[in-house]
Design a protein around this ligand. Structure first.
Ligand code: ADP
Ligand code: MG
Length: 463
C-alpha cells in the first residue's frame, strides 16, 4: 500500500476547499496518494506542473482536485482537460462530477460520436470544466459552440500521447487559441526527456516537475510474466489460458483492429463470451461494451490500444499482451489497466521467437525483469503448411551475392594496412586520418551551381 498512498498526510492538510473535502469523503478517499500529496499543494499555488506517477495512482484527482478547489462558479468554460480517447474523457468527467458534487462547479464532456447539441446544452448549463478529445473540442470551437476566452486551467492527461505525432498539431492549435493567462497541468505515467522538453515549451519557465515513479515504471503489485509462443499458436494458447487458468476479468491487447476482430470471433466460436473494442466500431457499440465491462457483466475484452490508456476498471485482474506493442511505453499503459489503486493484478505477454529484443527493450524501460511462465499442459500445434512450404522454399533458394550482402548483419572486418601498403597508396606521405564529411559536396560551389544560381537570378527566381 505504501507504494501508492501517503498515510502520513490527510486531504485536509493539502489546502482544498471544504466542499471538495466533502466530495472526497463521499468517494471514500481516506488518504491522498503519493502523487496527490505532492502535486496538489503545488498546483494550488498556481504553478504549472508536470507530474509523472505510475498507472492507477490517482493522477485524475491530482489534477482535478486543485481545479475544483480554485475554480470560480461565475466563470463558464474556465478549465479545459484534454485526453486521448472518448472513453477516458467520459471517465474523467464522471470522476470530477463525483468529487465535485458538493461544489458549485460542473463538468461537461465534449467527445466525438455523440450528439453535439446535447453536449452544447450541458456546456450552457454551467460547464465550468470541459473534458474532451481534441478533435471534437476543435470542432465545437470552430462552430462557436464553445470558446476559450475564460480558460484559466489547461490539463493534458496522458501528456506523452497528447504530444506525440497523432495529436500534436491539434494540441498546438488549441493551446495557441488560449490567450488568457493560464495554469498548465500535464500528467502521465511515462514522460521521456524529449516529451518533457516539448511539454515545457507550452509551460511557464518556472514549471515544476513532480515524479513519484522512482525506480520501476510499473507498479510492483502487478505480477508480470511472458509466454514463449509461435505466432500460429497464439489463438489456441489464449483460449487455453482463458479456459484453464480461469482469470477473472481480462483485457487482451492486440496490435491491429483486424487481429482484435479475428481473436474475438475465434474465442466466441469456442464458447468464450468475449467482446471487442477498437476505433472502427460505432460509438454506440464502444459505449455498450465499456458499460458491460464496468458493470462486471463482461469477463473478456479484446482491445486495440484505444483501451491502453487511462481506463480505470477496478476488477480487471488480468492483462494479456496477445501481441507485444511496438512501443515499450505502450506496454506500461496496457498492463496499467490492472493492479490499480493498491490492488493486485497479473500481466502475461505472448512473445514470439523473433521478439526477444522487444521484450528486452520493455524490461529496460520498465526496470523490471519479466520472468518466463511455462505452460506444460498446452500442446503447441504443428507448423502450418503454408509456413512450412515458405521455409523450405527459402532454404532451397540459391543465395545471390547481393542477397548475402543484404543479409549480412555484421560489417566486414576492417583490414589493417601495413606501412608498406600505406606508402604505396599515399605516395606523398599524407595519410588521411578520417573519412571526408558526407556533406563536403554541398559546401563547395562548383561551376555548375554557380551557373544555375546565375540563371535563377536572371529569371528572378529565389535562389
Ligand atoms: P491514474 O490516472 O494515475 O492511472 P486514476 O486517477 O484513474 O489513476 O485513479 C485510479 C483509481 O484510484 C480510481 O478508481 C480512483 O477513483 C482511485 N483513487 C484515486 N485517488 C484515491 C485515493 N486517494 N484514495 C482511494 N482511491 C483513490
Ligand atoms: Mg489517468
Amino acid at each position: 500500500m505504501s507504494e501508492i498512498f501517503d498515510p502520513s498526510v490527510t486531504f485536509e492538510q493539502l489546502g482544498l476547499r471544504s466542499s471538495v473535502l466533502k466530495g472526497l469523503q463521499a468517494a471514500g478517499f481516506q488518504h491522498p496518494t503519493d502523487i496527490q500529496a505532492k502535486l496538489i499543494p503545488v498546483a494550488l499555488t498556481g504553478k504549472d506542473v508536470i507530474g509523472q506517477a505510475k498507472t492507477g495512482t490517482g493522477k485524475t484527482a491530482a489534477f482535478g482536485l486543485p481545479i475544483l478547489s480554485l475554480a470560480d462558479k461565475s466563470i463558464p468554460m474556465q478549465a479545459l482537460i484534454l485526453v486521448p480517447t472518448r472513453e477516458l474523457a467520459s471517465q474523467v468527467a464522471s470522476e470530477l462530477e463525483a468529487l465535485g458534487q458538493f461544489t458549485p462547479i460542473r463538468t461537461a464532456c465534449i467527445i466525438g460520436g455523440e450528439s453535439m447539441r446535447q453536449q452544447q446544452r450541458s456546456v450552457q448549463q454551467g460547464g465550468h470544466i470541459l473534458v474532451g478529445t481534441p478533435g471534437r473540442v476543435m470542432d465545437m470551437h470552430d462552430r462557436r459552440q464553445i470558446h476559450f476566452d475564460h480558460v484559466r486551467f489547461i490539463v493534458l492527461d496522458e501528456v506523452d500521447r497528447m504530444l506525440d505525432i497523432g495529436f500534436r498539431e491539434d494540441i498546438r492549435k488549441i493551446l495557441k487559441l488560449i490567450t488568457r493567462d493560464h495554469q498548465t497541468l500535464f500528467v502521465s505515467a511515462t514522460i521521456s526527456p524529449e516529451i518533457e522538453r516539448l511539454a515545457r515549451s507550452f509551460m511557464k519557465p518556472d514549471a515544476v516537475k513532480i515524479i513519484t515513479a522512482a525506480g520501476a515504471l510499473t507498479v510492483s503489485l502487478v505480477d508480470q510474466k511472458y509466454l514463449s509462443v509461435e505466432p500460429w499458436d497464439k489463438r489456441a494458447l489464449l483460449l487455453h489460458l482463458l479456459q484453464h487458468e480461469e482469470p477473472d476479468t481480462t483485457v487482451v491487447f492486440c496490435r491491429t483492429k483486424q487481429t482484435v476482430r479475428k481473436v474475438t470471433e475465434y474465442l466466441q466460436k469456442h464458447g468464450i463470451d468475449a467482446r471487442q473494442i477498437h476505433g472502427d466500431l460505432p460509438q454506440s457499440q464502444r459505449t455498450r461494451v465499456m458499460k458491460s465491462m464496468r458493470s462486471g457483466k463482461l469477463d473478456v475484452l479484446i482491445a486495440s490500444d484505444l483501451a491502453a490508456r487511462g481506463l480505470d476498471i477496478a476488477h480487471i485482474s488480468h492483462v494479456i499482451n496477445y501481441d507485444l506493442p511496438e512501443d515499450p511505453e505502450v506496454y506500461v499503459h496496457r498492463i496499467g489497466r490492472t493492479a490499480r489503486a493498491g490492488r493486485r493484478g497479473t500481466a502475461w505477454a505472448f512473445v514470439c521467437p523473433d521478439e526477444g529484443q522487444l521484450l528486452t527493450q520493455i524490461e529496460k524501460l520498465t526496470g523490471v525483469l519479466i520472468e518466463r511462465m511455462s505452460y506444460p499442459d498446452f500442446t503447441p500445434g504443428p507448423l502450418p503448411k503454408d509456413i512450412a512450404q515458405e521455409r523450405s522454399k527459402q532454404a532451397a533458394r540459391p543465395t545471390s551475392p547481393l542477397a548475402s550482402l543484404l543479409q549480412r548483419t555484421t560489417p566486414p572486418p576492417v583490414q589493417e594496412l601495413d606501412e608498406k601498403r600505406l606508402a604505396e597508396m599515399f605516395p606523398g606521405g599524407l595519410v588521411p586520418k578520417t573519412t571526408p564529411p558526407r556533406t563536403l559536396a554541398a559546401k563547395f560551389r562548383t561551376k555548375r551551381t554557380r551557373d544555375s544560381a546565375k540563371i535563377a537570378a536572371k529569371e528572378g527566381e529565389p535562389k
